[in-house]
Write a protein that binds this ligand. Structure first.
Ligand code: HEM
Length: 488
């Protein structure tokens, strides 16, 4: 009898412990019935088949600009209307990342991308000066050195025959972020293949599959599966590399006898205040007694090495593909690149429009999500606490009411009609307090690399080739970027 009482009491205590979650879940369930969206069966079907972006496009056609999807027990509401995107991105209470970012934490920990709350705020404040536009002047030279290496690596391919340019671009982008923000010469372009780049590709694929799989979302099951073991093998390569980069840079600082921020001022030989690269700021802040642990430094290095090269490689590669398909656009971009050679830090109106139009059609980050921490009104719906929301950039950019003939590649629309554009119709870098911290860095890298390539090569199309965009952590083409090239 007393055992029965004990069991009943334990069950009651358990029920009371989870009562708030149960009530919240029921509220979310009730709310979900007010929104249209596909069934879980349809989601499982598409996650097996692939082609999630096209499928999301079909969902919008079928259900309208706002629809919901259940990912297991998590409800995600997708928004595609620029006015709703404005509400989301300019709302200072919507800064908490949704649960689907937790999957990436095995790799990036609580780095700037995945972090939330006060800890995110402190880190964002610490890291922002590392990407101040003034520091970009110091980045331009190492970036150009790497553009020259890229051109020399590609010379042998400029024979008019089709090839996949993507691997060359990724190695270039990895060298660029390592040599600028991390202050380390990696020379990935000069090696036959990069274990790091391969591991990034592997982990993006594995984590993407995990986020759409019901059973793989249970960590215990996932860890012992084939995919879990492959993830851990990739993680080892990735974390070993970031530890190596940190160790190297720490030694370099020690050898130059820099251990405080004031030592940096002293070493300045041209009288103006020298600015620190991103990794130096983290390391010196730690030496000076800041509260960053070694693990936290590694999380940021992992985050910036990944975000800093995978996003830009995707954008550069898609831009090259689009230029190869549009000779008239390529000619104009080439003429501007010749005219403004060496002045890539200044405005290059036409190339900037080409880059924006590329990111409109192929946004490197096709959607990004937040957790609702208090019931929040967005447009004409009130999303309950505990649900998640997503800005579905890929479809915002394909909204016919903002972009006439949205599938057409037409950089002119950013030159002629930009002032008439809804300010949240183009949000490739997100907007508001959690926007892309590396946006200026990315634009400089894109302008430098594309203008170098344009001055040296003519991009030509490959018959019947069309990229297959995949919404992995960063959007990339599943069948590479096939082009042909001739020397200028
Ligand atoms: C074409 C290039 C790029 C695009 C399209 C892009 C896009 C974005 C977007 C949409 C976000 C918001 C993501 C979210 O809310 O989940 C973001 C955040 C971020 N990006 Fe970028 N990015 C690019 C390049 C870069 C580069 C070069 C770096 C680093 C050097 C970088 C570092 C970051 C970081 C650390 C965040 C998180 C910021 C925070 O939450 O405070 N990105 N980026």
């Amino acid at each position: 009898m007393s055992a029965l009482v004990l069991i009943a009491f334990a069950l009651w205590a358990l029920f009371m412990r989870f009562l708030p979650e149960i009530v919240q879940f029921l509220k979310i369930r009730q709310f979900s019935t007010t929104l249209p969206g596909p069934t879980i069966g349809e989601l499982i079907e598409v996650s097996k088949k692939g082609g999630i972006l096209n499928w999301l496009q079909e969902q919008r056609k079928k259900h309208g600009s706002t629809f919901r999807i259940w990912f297991g027990k998590d409800l995600m509401v997708f928004f595609t209307n620029p006015e709703d995107i404005k509400h989301i991105l300019s709302n200072n209470t919507l800064l908490t990342k949704s649960r689907n970012y937790e999957i990436v934490e095995s790799w990036l920990g609580k780095g700037l991308l995945t972090n939330s709350g006060e800890s995110w705020h402190r880190r964002r404040k610490l890291l922002t000066p590392g990407f101040h536009f003034k520091i970009l002047s110091e980045f331009k030279e190492p970036m150009e050195e790497n553009c020259k290496i890229l051109v020399s690596q590609l010379l042998a391919k400029a024979d008019g025959q089709p090839f996949d340019i993507y691997p060359y671009i990724t190695l270039f982008a990895l060298d660029a972020i390592c040599e600028t923000a991390m202050g380390i010469k990696k020379n990935a372009q000069l090696q036959a293949n990069s274990e790091y780049v391969q591991a990034v590709q592997d982990i993006c694929r594995i984590l993407h599959k995990q986020s759409f799989s019901f059973w793989q979302r249970f960590n215990i099951l996932f860890k012992f599966s084939g995919a879990g073991k492959a993830r851990d093998a990739a993680l080892k390569v990735l974390h070993d590399e970031t530890n190596r980069v940190i160790k190297l840079r720490r030694e370099m600082l020690k050898n130059s006898q820099i251990s405080t921020f004031s030592d940096v001022d002293k070493t300045d030989d041209i009288g103006s205040k020298r600015r620190l690269a991103f990794l130096d700021m983290l390391l010196i802040s730690q030496i000076e007694g800041g509260d960053l642990t070694d693990r936290e430094i590694r999380e940021e290095v992992d985050t910036f090495m990944f975000e800093g090269h995978d996003t830009t490689s995707s954008a550069i590669a898609f831009a090259i593909y689009l230029l190869s398909q549009h000779a008239d656009v390529q000619q104009k971009a080439y003429e501007e690149a010749v005219e403004l050679e060496g002045r890539e830090k200044e405005s290059m109106h036409y190339l900037e429009a080409v880059i924006k139009e590329t990111l409109r059609i192929y946004p490197s980050v096709p959607f990004f999500s937040r957790k609702i921490t208090e019931d929040t009104q967005i447009g004409n719906i009130t999303v309950p606490k505990g649900a998640s929301i997503s800005s579905l950039v890929y479809l915002v950019h394909r909204d016919e009411s903002n972009f006439k003939d949205p599938e057409k590649f037409d950089p002119e629309r950013f030159l002629t009609a930009e002032k008439d554009l809804h300010p949240y119709a183009f949000v490739a870098f997100s907007a508001g307090p959690r926007n892309c911290i590396g946006q200026k860095f990315a634009m400089l890298e894109l302008k430098c690399s594309l203008s170098y390539l344009l001055r040296n090569f003519e991009f030509l199309p490959v018959e019947n080739f069309k990229p297959n965009p995949l919404a992995e952590l960063v959007m990339k083409s599943g069948n590479g970027i096939q082009i042909r090239m001739k020397p200028r």
